[in-house]
Write a protein that binds this ligand. Structure first.
Ligand SMILES: NC(=O)c1ccc[n+]([C@@H]2O[C@H](COP(=O)([O-])OP(=O)(O)OC[C@H]3O[C@@H](n4cnc5c(N)ncnc54)[C@H](OP(=O)(O)O)[C@@H]3O)[C@@H](O)[C@H]2O)c1
Length: 314
Protein backbone atom coordinates (compact mmCIF):
# COMPACT_ATOMS: atom_id res chain seq x y z
CA UNK A 1 0.00 0.00 0.00
CA UNK A 2 1.14 3.54 -0.73
CA UNK A 3 2.78 5.20 2.28
CA UNK A 4 3.17 8.74 3.59
CA UNK A 5 5.67 10.16 6.03
CA UNK A 6 4.17 10.80 9.46
CA UNK A 7 5.07 14.38 10.38
CA UNK A 8 8.75 14.80 11.18
CA UNK A 9 9.13 11.25 12.50
CA UNK A 10 10.89 9.95 9.40
CA UNK A 11 8.57 6.95 9.56
CA UNK A 12 6.37 5.93 6.64
CA UNK A 13 2.81 4.85 7.44
CA UNK A 14 0.04 3.46 5.23
CA UNK A 15 -1.73 6.21 3.29
CA UNK A 16 -5.07 4.84 4.53
CA UNK A 17 -5.32 4.18 8.26
CA UNK A 18 -7.85 1.55 9.34
CA UNK A 19 -10.23 2.78 12.05
CA UNK A 20 -11.14 0.05 14.54
CA UNK A 21 -13.72 2.02 16.54
CA UNK A 22 -16.53 -0.54 16.27
CA UNK A 23 -14.46 -3.71 16.29
CA UNK A 24 -15.63 -5.82 19.21
CA UNK A 25 -18.97 -3.99 19.59
CA UNK A 26 -20.99 -3.30 16.40
CA UNK A 27 -18.62 -5.52 14.39
CA UNK A 28 -18.26 -8.98 15.92
CA UNK A 29 -14.91 -10.70 16.18
CA UNK A 30 -15.19 -12.78 12.99
CA UNK A 31 -16.17 -9.75 10.89
CA UNK A 32 -13.50 -7.55 12.48
CA UNK A 33 -10.78 -10.15 11.92
CA UNK A 34 -11.85 -10.51 8.26
CA UNK A 35 -11.56 -6.75 7.75
CA UNK A 36 -8.23 -6.55 9.57
CA UNK A 37 -6.81 -9.46 7.55
CA UNK A 38 -8.02 -7.97 4.27
CA UNK A 39 -6.51 -4.58 5.14
CA UNK A 40 -3.17 -6.22 5.93
CA UNK A 41 -3.38 -8.36 2.77
CA UNK A 42 -3.75 -5.12 0.82
CA UNK A 43 -0.47 -3.97 2.41
CA UNK A 44 -1.98 -1.81 5.16
CA UNK A 45 -0.17 -1.51 8.49
CA UNK A 46 -1.63 1.56 10.24
CA UNK A 47 -4.48 0.84 12.70
CA UNK A 48 -6.36 3.31 14.90
CA UNK A 49 -8.19 2.70 18.17
CA UNK A 50 -8.84 4.43 21.53
CA UNK A 51 -9.48 3.52 25.15
CA UNK A 52 -13.12 4.67 24.83
CA UNK A 53 -14.08 2.47 21.83
CA UNK A 54 -16.88 1.88 21.89
CA UNK A 55 -18.58 2.40 25.25
CA UNK A 56 -21.65 4.08 23.71
CA UNK A 57 -22.67 0.91 21.87
CA UNK A 58 -25.10 -1.07 24.03
CA UNK A 59 -23.63 0.58 27.15
CA UNK A 60 -20.40 -1.39 26.75
CA UNK A 61 -17.86 -0.97 29.55
CA UNK A 62 -15.29 0.20 26.90
CA UNK A 63 -11.99 -1.18 25.70
CA UNK A 64 -13.65 -3.75 23.41
CA UNK A 65 -11.77 -2.49 20.36
CA UNK A 66 -8.37 -2.61 22.08
CA UNK A 67 -9.10 -6.04 23.51
CA UNK A 68 -10.11 -7.40 20.10
CA UNK A 69 -7.07 -5.89 18.41
CA UNK A 70 -4.83 -7.44 21.07
CA UNK A 71 -6.36 -10.85 20.38
CA UNK A 72 -5.91 -10.40 16.64
CA UNK A 73 -2.24 -9.39 17.08
CA UNK A 74 -1.67 -12.43 19.28
CA UNK A 75 -3.33 -14.86 16.88
CA UNK A 76 -1.58 -13.44 13.80
CA UNK A 77 1.78 -12.90 15.56
CA UNK A 78 2.23 -9.66 13.62
CA UNK A 79 2.75 -6.97 16.27
CA UNK A 80 6.11 -5.97 14.74
CA UNK A 81 4.49 -5.35 11.33
CA UNK A 82 1.67 -3.11 12.55
CA UNK A 83 1.82 0.61 13.33
CA UNK A 84 -0.66 0.74 16.21
CA UNK A 85 -2.25 3.96 17.45
CA UNK A 86 -4.47 4.52 20.47
CA UNK A 87 -5.77 7.54 22.37
CA UNK A 88 -6.53 8.97 25.79
CA UNK A 89 -8.59 11.96 26.89
CA UNK A 90 -12.31 11.44 26.31
CA UNK A 91 -14.30 10.06 29.23
CA UNK A 92 -15.99 6.71 29.55
CA UNK A 93 -17.78 5.00 32.45
CA UNK A 94 -15.59 5.41 35.51
CA UNK A 95 -13.07 7.70 33.81
CA UNK A 96 -13.75 11.44 33.37
CA UNK A 97 -12.76 13.44 30.32
CA UNK A 98 -9.32 15.02 30.78
CA UNK A 99 -5.59 14.90 30.30
CA UNK A 100 -4.19 15.06 33.83
CA UNK A 101 -0.78 13.39 34.14
CA UNK A 102 -2.11 10.61 36.36
CA UNK A 103 -4.90 9.85 33.91
CA UNK A 104 -2.57 9.69 30.91
CA UNK A 105 -0.24 7.27 32.69
CA UNK A 106 -3.04 5.07 34.06
CA UNK A 107 -5.02 4.93 30.81
CA UNK A 108 -1.93 4.15 28.74
CA UNK A 109 -1.10 1.28 31.06
CA UNK A 110 -4.67 0.00 30.89
CA UNK A 111 -4.71 0.21 27.09
CA UNK A 112 -1.39 -1.61 26.76
CA UNK A 113 -2.63 -4.26 29.14
CA UNK A 114 -5.89 -4.75 27.22
CA UNK A 115 -3.90 -5.24 24.05
CA UNK A 116 -1.17 -7.31 25.66
CA UNK A 117 1.58 -5.24 24.07
CA UNK A 118 4.55 -3.25 25.45
CA UNK A 119 4.18 -0.04 23.49
CA UNK A 120 2.10 2.01 21.07
CA UNK A 121 3.62 3.37 17.87
CA UNK A 122 1.42 6.44 18.17
CA UNK A 123 -0.47 7.71 21.19
CA UNK A 124 -2.91 10.60 20.87
CA UNK A 125 -4.31 13.22 23.19
CA UNK A 126 -7.89 12.50 22.03
CA UNK A 127 -9.36 15.88 22.93
CA UNK A 128 -7.96 19.16 24.19
CA UNK A 129 -8.29 19.67 27.95
CA UNK A 130 -8.27 23.39 28.71
CA UNK A 131 -8.61 22.79 32.45
CA UNK A 132 -5.29 20.98 32.78
CA UNK A 133 -2.10 22.97 32.16
CA UNK A 134 -0.69 21.97 28.77
CA UNK A 135 2.72 21.58 30.47
CA UNK A 136 1.31 18.83 32.67
CA UNK A 137 -0.21 16.98 29.71
CA UNK A 138 2.87 17.25 27.51
CA UNK A 139 5.25 16.26 30.30
CA UNK A 140 3.13 13.16 30.91
CA UNK A 141 3.20 12.21 27.22
CA UNK A 142 6.96 12.77 27.16
CA UNK A 143 7.34 10.50 30.18
CA UNK A 144 5.58 7.72 28.25
CA UNK A 145 7.95 8.21 25.32
CA UNK A 146 11.01 8.15 27.59
CA UNK A 147 9.67 5.01 29.30
CA UNK A 148 9.41 3.30 25.89
CA UNK A 149 5.64 2.87 26.17
CA UNK A 150 4.95 5.18 23.25
CA UNK A 151 7.05 5.88 20.13
CA UNK A 152 5.35 9.03 18.82
CA UNK A 153 2.63 11.33 20.08
CA UNK A 154 -0.25 12.97 18.25
CA UNK A 155 -3.15 15.28 18.99
CA UNK A 156 -6.81 15.05 18.09
CA UNK A 157 -9.57 17.64 18.30
CA UNK A 158 -7.19 20.53 18.96
CA UNK A 159 -7.31 24.00 17.43
CA UNK A 160 -4.29 25.27 15.52
CA UNK A 161 -3.30 27.87 18.13
CA UNK A 162 -3.29 25.21 20.87
CA UNK A 163 -1.08 22.98 18.73
CA UNK A 164 1.35 25.84 18.32
CA UNK A 165 1.31 26.45 22.07
CA UNK A 166 2.03 22.74 22.57
CA UNK A 167 4.82 22.75 19.98
CA UNK A 168 6.51 25.70 21.65
CA UNK A 169 6.22 24.19 25.14
CA UNK A 170 7.61 20.86 23.97
CA UNK A 171 10.46 22.56 22.17
CA UNK A 172 11.61 24.73 25.08
CA UNK A 173 11.36 21.79 27.49
CA UNK A 174 12.98 19.26 25.16
CA UNK A 175 9.86 17.07 25.22
CA UNK A 176 8.38 14.85 22.53
CA UNK A 177 6.29 16.88 20.06
CA UNK A 178 2.94 16.12 18.46
CA UNK A 179 3.76 14.76 15.00
CA UNK A 180 0.19 14.72 13.70
CA UNK A 181 -3.33 15.92 14.29
CA UNK A 182 -6.41 13.74 13.78
CA UNK A 183 -9.46 15.88 13.06
CA UNK A 184 -13.05 15.65 11.82
CA UNK A 185 -12.81 16.35 8.09
CA UNK A 186 -14.75 15.54 4.97
CA UNK A 187 -15.34 16.96 1.49
CA UNK A 188 -18.30 19.12 2.52
CA UNK A 189 -17.79 22.44 4.25
CA UNK A 190 -19.00 22.90 7.76
CA UNK A 191 -21.68 25.62 7.64
CA UNK A 192 -20.33 28.90 9.02
CA UNK A 193 -21.23 29.34 12.67
CA UNK A 194 -21.69 25.62 13.32
CA UNK A 195 -19.38 23.14 15.02
CA UNK A 196 -19.08 19.38 15.50
CA UNK A 197 -18.29 19.88 19.20
CA UNK A 198 -16.81 18.18 21.20
CA UNK A 199 -14.99 17.17 18.02
CA UNK A 200 -13.03 19.75 16.03
CA UNK A 201 -13.32 20.23 12.27
CA UNK A 202 -10.13 20.66 10.24
CA UNK A 203 -10.60 24.30 9.23
CA UNK A 204 -8.44 26.35 6.88
CA UNK A 205 -6.37 27.64 9.76
CA UNK A 206 -5.42 24.10 10.74
CA UNK A 207 -4.54 23.13 7.15
CA UNK A 208 -2.30 26.17 6.89
CA UNK A 209 -0.69 25.43 10.24
CA UNK A 210 -0.02 21.76 9.45
CA UNK A 211 1.44 22.59 6.04
CA UNK A 212 3.82 25.18 7.47
CA UNK A 213 4.93 23.05 10.43
CA UNK A 214 5.16 19.68 8.65
CA UNK A 215 2.51 18.14 10.91
CA UNK A 216 0.46 15.38 9.28
CA UNK A 217 -3.28 15.96 9.17
CA UNK A 218 -5.40 12.82 9.47
CA UNK A 219 -9.12 12.89 8.67
CA UNK A 220 -11.76 10.97 10.56
CA UNK A 221 -15.43 10.79 9.54
CA UNK A 222 -14.19 11.34 5.98
CA UNK A 223 -17.14 9.43 4.53
CA UNK A 224 -19.67 10.71 7.10
CA UNK A 225 -20.76 7.20 8.00
CA UNK A 226 -21.77 6.57 4.37
CA UNK A 227 -24.03 9.65 4.05
CA UNK A 228 -22.68 10.53 0.59
CA UNK A 229 -24.34 7.49 -0.92
CA UNK A 230 -26.80 6.15 1.63
CA UNK A 231 -30.29 7.68 1.72
CA UNK A 232 -30.84 6.01 5.10
CA UNK A 233 -27.94 8.09 6.51
CA UNK A 234 -28.78 11.77 6.06
CA UNK A 235 -25.95 14.25 6.53
CA UNK A 236 -25.81 16.01 9.84
CA UNK A 237 -27.44 19.45 9.71
CA UNK A 238 -24.07 21.21 9.91
CA UNK A 239 -23.43 20.06 6.32
CA UNK A 240 -26.58 21.59 4.82
CA UNK A 241 -26.79 24.64 2.54
CA UNK A 242 -26.53 25.52 -1.15
CA UNK A 243 -22.71 25.63 -1.10
CA UNK A 244 -22.62 22.01 -0.14
CA UNK A 245 -25.22 21.12 -2.76
CA UNK A 246 -22.80 22.55 -5.32
CA UNK A 247 -19.96 20.55 -3.81
CA UNK A 248 -22.01 17.37 -3.95
CA UNK A 249 -22.85 18.02 -7.60
CA UNK A 250 -19.15 18.49 -8.45
CA UNK A 251 -18.22 15.37 -6.54
CA UNK A 252 -20.76 13.30 -8.49
CA UNK A 253 -19.67 14.88 -11.75
CA UNK A 254 -16.01 13.98 -11.19
CA UNK A 255 -16.91 10.48 -10.01
CA UNK A 256 -18.91 9.99 -13.24
CA UNK A 257 -16.03 11.23 -15.40
CA UNK A 258 -13.54 8.71 -14.05
CA UNK A 259 -15.84 5.81 -13.25
CA UNK A 260 -15.04 5.92 -9.54
CA UNK A 261 -17.44 6.00 -6.62
CA UNK A 262 -18.16 9.20 -4.75
CA UNK A 263 -16.51 7.75 -1.63
CA UNK A 264 -13.37 6.97 -3.61
CA UNK A 265 -13.22 10.49 -5.03
CA UNK A 266 -13.39 11.95 -1.51
CA UNK A 267 -10.52 9.78 -0.28
CA UNK A 268 -8.48 10.42 -3.45
CA UNK A 269 -9.11 14.17 -3.18
CA UNK A 270 -7.72 14.13 0.37
CA UNK A 271 -4.69 12.08 -0.63
CA UNK A 272 -4.01 14.37 -3.61
CA UNK A 273 -4.31 17.58 -1.60
CA UNK A 274 -1.10 19.48 -0.97
CA UNK A 275 0.13 18.45 1.50
CA UNK A 276 -1.85 15.20 1.53
CA UNK A 277 -4.50 14.57 4.15
CA UNK A 278 -4.29 11.00 5.44
CA UNK A 279 -7.81 9.54 5.72
CA UNK A 280 -9.00 7.04 8.28
CA UNK A 281 -11.21 4.45 6.66
CA UNK A 282 -13.68 2.24 8.47
CA UNK A 283 -15.81 -0.61 7.22
CA UNK A 284 -18.26 -3.15 8.48
CA UNK A 285 -17.86 -5.51 5.53
CA UNK A 286 -15.30 -6.40 2.87
CA UNK A 287 -17.15 -4.62 0.06
CA UNK A 288 -16.85 -1.30 1.88
CA UNK A 289 -13.21 -1.95 2.74
CA UNK A 290 -12.27 -2.90 -0.81
CA UNK A 291 -14.08 0.11 -2.25
CA UNK A 292 -12.25 2.41 0.13
CA UNK A 293 -8.82 0.86 -0.43
CA UNK A 294 -9.30 1.09 -4.20
CA UNK A 295 -9.38 4.88 -3.77
CA UNK A 296 -5.58 4.61 -3.80
CA UNK A 297 -5.76 3.77 -7.52
CA UNK A 298 -8.02 6.69 -8.40
CA UNK A 299 -6.25 9.32 -10.50
CA UNK A 300 -7.54 12.89 -10.41
CA UNK A 301 -6.29 15.41 -12.95
CA UNK A 302 -5.16 18.88 -11.91
CA UNK A 303 -8.37 20.25 -13.43
CA UNK A 304 -10.53 17.83 -11.44
CA UNK A 305 -8.68 18.67 -8.21
CA UNK A 306 -9.16 22.36 -8.94
CA UNK A 307 -12.89 21.95 -9.57
CA UNK A 308 -13.29 19.85 -6.43
CA UNK A 309 -11.34 22.39 -4.36
CA UNK A 310 -13.22 25.42 -5.63
CA UNK A 311 -16.78 24.07 -5.80
CA UNK A 312 -19.33 25.89 -3.67
CA UNK A 313 -17.16 28.33 -1.72
CA UNK A 314 -18.65 29.84 1.41
N1 LIG B 1 -10.29 11.27 16.89
C1 LIG B 1 -11.60 11.24 16.98
O1 LIG B 1 -12.23 12.00 17.73
C2 LIG B 1 -12.35 10.23 16.14
C3 LIG B 1 -13.74 10.34 15.99
C4 LIG B 1 -14.39 9.41 15.19
C5 LIG B 1 -13.67 8.40 14.57
N2 LIG B 1 -12.32 8.31 14.75
C6 LIG B 1 -11.53 7.24 14.08
O2 LIG B 1 -11.78 7.29 12.70
C7 LIG B 1 -12.28 6.04 12.24
C8 LIG B 1 -13.33 6.27 11.18
O3 LIG B 1 -14.32 7.11 11.72
P1 LIG B 1 -15.82 7.15 11.22
O4 LIG B 1 -16.47 5.85 11.55
O5 LIG B 1 -16.41 8.40 11.75
O6 LIG B 1 -15.59 7.21 9.63
P2 LIG B 1 -16.62 7.39 8.45
O7 LIG B 1 -15.80 7.26 7.21
O8 LIG B 1 -17.44 8.62 8.60
O9 LIG B 1 -17.66 6.20 8.61
C9 LIG B 1 -17.32 4.86 8.49
C10 LIG B 1 -18.62 4.11 8.30
O10 LIG B 1 -19.19 4.48 7.05
C11 LIG B 1 -19.75 3.37 6.42
N3 LIG B 1 -18.93 3.11 5.21
C12 LIG B 1 -17.59 3.01 5.11
N4 LIG B 1 -17.21 2.79 3.87
C13 LIG B 1 -18.34 2.75 3.14
C14 LIG B 1 -18.60 2.55 1.77
N5 LIG B 1 -17.59 2.36 0.91
N6 LIG B 1 -19.89 2.57 1.35
C15 LIG B 1 -20.90 2.79 2.22
N7 LIG B 1 -20.73 2.97 3.54
C16 LIG B 1 -19.45 2.96 3.99
C17 LIG B 1 -19.68 2.22 7.40
O11 LIG B 1 -20.86 2.29 8.20
P3 LIG B 1 -21.59 0.94 8.69
O12 LIG B 1 -20.58 0.23 9.52
O13 LIG B 1 -22.73 1.45 9.51
O14 LIG B 1 -21.99 0.19 7.47
C18 LIG B 1 -18.45 2.60 8.22
O15 LIG B 1 -18.46 2.03 9.50
C19 LIG B 1 -12.81 5.34 13.50
O16 LIG B 1 -12.81 3.94 13.37
C20 LIG B 1 -11.87 5.83 14.55
O17 LIG B 1 -10.70 5.04 14.53
C21 LIG B 1 -11.67 9.22 15.50
Amino acid sequence: MKTLQLGHTGVQVSALCLGAMYFGTRNDQATSFRILDAYVDAGGTFIDTANIYAHWVNKSPSGESETLLGEWLRQRGNRDRIFMASKVGFGYPGVPVGLRASQIEEECNKSLQRMGIDSFDLYYAHVDDRKTPLEETLAAFDKLVKAGKVRFIGASNYRAWRLEEARWLSQVNGWAQFCCIQQHYTYLHLRPGTTVSPQEFANEDLHDYCASRGITLLAYSALQAGSYIRPDRPFRLEYGGTDNEKRLATLREVAGEIGATVNQVILAWMLNSKPPVLPLIAASDLDQLNENIAALDVKLTADQMDRLDKAGPH
